[in-house]
Design a protein around this ligand. Structure first.
Ligand code: NI
Length: 299
C-alpha cells in the first residue's frame, strides 16, 4: 500500500515537472537579432555647410583641395604681431582713385581661396582693365605662393583674410578660431606687409564664436550678395552672366581665383558691368571704414 502510494506520488511529480519544463507557448520577447532589420544611414546629399550654418543660402564652393597638406609649424610670429587695427590697409599706393560710391554705381569684385596659379592671369586682366579688386586669401595658400600674394598687394589690390586652412570655423572652439584667423593674418602680413582687417569666414559659415573672434582680432566679416557659383558650374560664360546679371549697386561679387574658367571670366565680368555703368572698387572703398565684428553683405 505504502509502495503504491509512493509510486503514485512519483508519477504525479513527474507530470507536474513535465508541465513545468514544457516549452513556452508564446515566443520569447527577446527579438531574434537575425530578424531585426538593419537601418542603413540615409545617404542624403550633404551640402557643406548646411544651410542652417550659412549666412547665405547660396553656398560657396570648396570641393577642391588646392593645397599641399604639409602643416607648417606654428607661426613664431603668431603672438608677436601687433593687434590688428581697424585702419584700412593701403596696399602699395598705385595712384588710387578716389571713388564716391554715393555718386556712382559701385561694385566690389572679390576673389577667394588664392593665391593660385590662376591669380597671375587675373592680375594681368585687372591691370589691363584698370580695375582694383579684393582677394581673400587663406594663409596656407599664401605660404605656398608668397610671391603671387606679394604681387597682388603690390598692384594695389586689397587683401582680406580667409582663415588659415579653410575649415568650417563654426565647428571649432574659440581658441582654434582665433588661431585660424591670426595665423593667416600673420602669414599675409609676412609676405605682403598688409595688416588685414577684412575677414571672410570659409564657406561663409559663422556663429557667435566666429563673430566674436573676428571682433577680437579687429576684423569685420565680409560676406557677399552675388554668388556666381563659379566653383560649381566651372563655366566661363555662366560665371560672367551671373556676375553681370545679378549685380546691383553696392554688390559684393564672389568668385574664386583657383579656376581657369574663372580667370577667363574676369574680362567679361568687367566689360559687362562697365557697360551697365558700374564702377569697380575694393571692399573697403565700398563699405567705408569697416567696423570689427560687423557683417557686410554689400555696400
Ligand atoms: Ni573659400
Amino acid at each position: 500500500m505504502r509502495k503504491r502510494l509512493l509510486s503514485l506520488l512519483a508519477a504525479v511529480t513527474l507530470i507536474v515537472s513535465a508541465c513545468a519544463v514544457a516549452p513556452p507557448v508564446q515566443p520569447s520577447p527577446e527579438p531574434d537579432p537575425t530578424l531585426v532589420p538593419t537601418f542603413t544611414p540615409l545617404l542624403l546629399p550633404r551640402p557643406v555647410p548646411t544651410a542652417a550654418l550659412l549666412v547665405d543660402p547660396k553656398q560657396e564652393r570648396h570641393d577642391e583641395t588646392p593645397v599641399a597638406s604639409t602643416a607648417p609649424t606654428p607661426s613664431a610670429t603668431a603672438s608677436s604681431q601687433p593687434a590688428h587695427v581697424s585702419d584700412t590697409p593701403a596696399p602699395d599706393a598705385d595712384s588710387p582713385k578716389k571713388v564716391n560710391c554715393k555718386k556712382v554705381k559701385c561694385v566690389a569684385l572679390t576673389f577667394d581661396d588664392g593665391p593660385s596659379i590662376y591669380t597671375k592671369q587675373i592680375l594681368a586682366t585687372l591691370k589691363a582693365k584698370d580695375v582694383k579688386a579684393t582677394f581673400f586669401m587663406w594663409g596656407k595658400m599664401v605660404s605656398n605662393s608668397p610671391k603671387i600674394a606679394k604681387q597682388v598687394a603690390k598692384e594695389g589690390h586689397e587683401i582680406g583674410n580667409h582663415a588659415w586652412s579653410h575649415r568650417l570655423l563654426n565647428k571649432l572652439g574659440s581658441a582654434e578660431i582665433n588661431r585660424e584667423i591670426t595665423r593667416s593674418a600673420d602669414m599675409i602680413y609676412k609676405h605682403t606687409g598688409v595688416k588685414t582687417n577684412l575677414f571672410r569666414p570659409p564657406y561663409g559659415a559663422f556663429n557667435a564664436n566666429v563673430t566674436a573672434s573676428a571682433q577680437k582680432t579687429g576684423n569685420s566679416m565680409v560676406l557677399w550678395d552675388v554668388d556666381t557659383v563659379d566653383w560649381k558650374t566651372k563655366r566661363t560664360a555662366k560665371t560672367v552672366k551671373s556676375a553681370v546679371n545679378d549685380s546691383k549697386r553696392g554688390s559684393i561679387i564672389l568668385v574664386h581665383d583657383v579656376y581657369a574658367t574663372t580667370a577667363d571670366a574676369v574680362a567679361g565680368i568687367i566689360d559687362g558691368l562697365h557697360d551697365k555703368g558700374f564702377t569697380f572698387v575694393t571692399v573697403s572703398e565700398l563699405i567705408g571704414k569697416p567696423s570689427p565684428g560687423e557683417k557686410y553683405f554689400k555696400g
